[in-house]
Design a protein around this ligand. Structure first.
Ligand SMILES: Cc1cc2nc3c(=O)[nH]c(=O)nc-3n(C[C@H](O)[C@H](O)[C@H](O)COP(=O)(O)O)c2cc1C
Length: 456
């Protein structure tokens, strides 16, 4: 299985309130040592990557105010993830770095340049979590009147990807870079091409300014679950970040997305499903439960509710946490409530609190190294390829897991004992460092042919 650390360059990511815990270093998240120490530990434990979430704006989504987000350190303040990944790549050798970047935040031409540069200097260890930004404030921070409607954001993202594929995959032929001291020729200009992209949002002439990096296109992640989002994932994503409330839900959802990928001409095995999970480890079940209860004393329900209010666009501030969602009168929560109910005894209704806990508790596994390994086997059997491990205490969550659970997983063949050679995509798929031939991006490799088809 793939093991990623899932985190964010902020004081409080998902288990809100725990930044105050004496063992949690995230109160000092501005310090580079807070991150470099964790990265080194993850590499010692043969984790595949650090996966960083990111945002571009803050809406007053809880009780009509933004107070809770600032007070709780809930994604606020929020540092840039790309910059941190660049620094962390310099102090590691094998660990991958997946940063989140929105189509809203940067023109694809400059984004392509930046990403190719980091792919070069990290030896191809990077991935990109493609997001379209869902907050009004993010839209206004980038000069838009309001947020672009849902499906149009994905159309925009399709064009953004097309520009990038042209730059990353098509602009430079494989043998364009010579660096030949004898002839004195660095690059063969006949093998470098303009892209001449003219679309509804972007006009980009090219060529790409950076020579082909180890992966060319970074490993692509995405996390959308709507019909349009799933279609986007089936076309572009190589890793999809999922948050199924239970193993049964994962099996159904993964089978469905793999089928959409197949219909899009892709090999369904070229799509990895990475489930968000958190763990509390003890040498006995009692010890694990005691540790979980101790962490819970620090968790803030208001923080959890404010987070979900923003992400789901439904204000939970005035709802009774124990009320069934069906009685809340709020439409926006129904989809998630049904997902939670899949894993419950027949007829039992999901409550507002369970929805607020969606990101944290619903997928928390508390147990001994052996019982955790047993549960991971069930997730794997349902089609899950790996885990985005949610942080409760930084770095204790990962130190506990690596010291106690990883050896058991390695013994059972569920976790790697060492890194495979090469860039991130090769490490994870065991194949080429480049996009597979059936991926949409691969169609842009021969730009001359692409231009010819367009002209026709
Ligand atoms: C597990 C998960 C993590 C996400 N991380 C981010 C993030 O870091 N930044 C962001 O702007 N959006 C993030 N999103 C939002 C998604 O990119 C997407 O916009 C959202 O899930 C709605 O997509 P959909 O309507 O296709 O389901 C995340 C979503 C999920 C489910």
């Amino acid at each position: 299985m793939i093991f990623n650390c899932f985190t964010m360059n902020v004081p409080s990511h998902i288990y809100h309130g725990t930044w105050r815990h004496p063992e949690n270093q995230l109160a000092d998240f501005n310090s580079f040592e807070t991150w470099s120490g964790l990265a080194r530990k993850l590499e010692e434990g043969k984790f595949d990557a650090m996966f960083f979430a990111d945002i571009l704006g803050i809406d007053p989504a809880y009780d009509g105010k933004w107070d809770a987000y600032f007070e709780q350190g809930l994604h606020m303040p929020c540092n840039d993830t790309f910059t941190l990944c660049t620094a962390l790549a310099a102090v590691t050798r094998n660990l991958g770095f997946v940063f989140t970047s929105s189509i809203l935040s940067e023109h694809p031409f400059s984004f392509a340049k930046k990403v190719s540069t980091l792919d070069h200097i990290s030896g191809g260890r990077i991935g990109w979590n493609i997001v379209t930004s869902v907050t009004e404030n993010a839209a206004r921070n980038f000069g838009h009147e309001s947020i672009v409607p849902h499906d149009q954001r994905y159309d925009w993202a399709d064009e953004y990807m097309e520009v990038l594929y042209k730059l990353w995959e098509g602009s430079w032929e494989d043998d364009a870079l010579l660096a030949d001291r004898k002839s004195g020729i660095y690059s063969d200009h006949t093998k470098v091409h303009r892209i001449n992209h003219a679309g509804s949002r972007y006009r980009v002439q090219g060529p790409h300014l950076v020579s082909p990096s180890p992966q060319r296109t970074p490993m692509l992640y995405q996390a959308g679950a709507s019909p349009r989002g799933s279609r986007f994932a089936a076309q572009h994503a190589e890793g999809t970040f999922v948050l199924y409330p239970n193993v049964g839900g994962a099996r159904i959802g993964i089978d469905k997305t793999r089928e959409i990928a197949r219909q899009n001409g892709r090999d369904p095995d070229d799509l990895k499903f990475i489930q968000g999970l958190s763990f509390v480890v003890g040498s006995t079940m009692e010890e694990a439960q005691r540790k979980a209860a101790e962490i819970d004393e620090w968790v803030s329900y208001e923080g959890l509710a404010a987070h979900v209010s923003r992400d789901m666009g439904v204000d939970l501030s005035h709802l009774d946490p124990d009320q069934p969602v069906d009685e809340s009168g709020l439409d926006g929560l129904q989809g998630y409530a049904r997902m939670i109910e899949i894993g419950k005894q027949s007829g039992e209704k999901a409550t507002v609190k369970e929805v607020a806990n969606a990101l944290s508790y619903n997928c928390r596994i508390v147990g001994t190294p052996e019982s955790i390994a047993d549960e991971l086997e069930l997730w794997q059997d349902a089609g899950v390829s790996g885990v985005n491990m949610i942080c409760q205490l930084h770095p204790a969550t990962y130190v506990d897991f690596i010291d106690h659970v990883t050896p058991v997983l390695q013994e059972r063949g569920l976790a790697q004992r060492d890194y495979a050679e090469g860039p991130l995509r090769r490490k994870l798929f065991g194949k080429s460092a480049r996009l597979p031939a059936t991926h949409r991006g691969a169609a842009f490799r021969n730009l001359a042919a692409v231009a010819q088809t367009a002209a026709e």
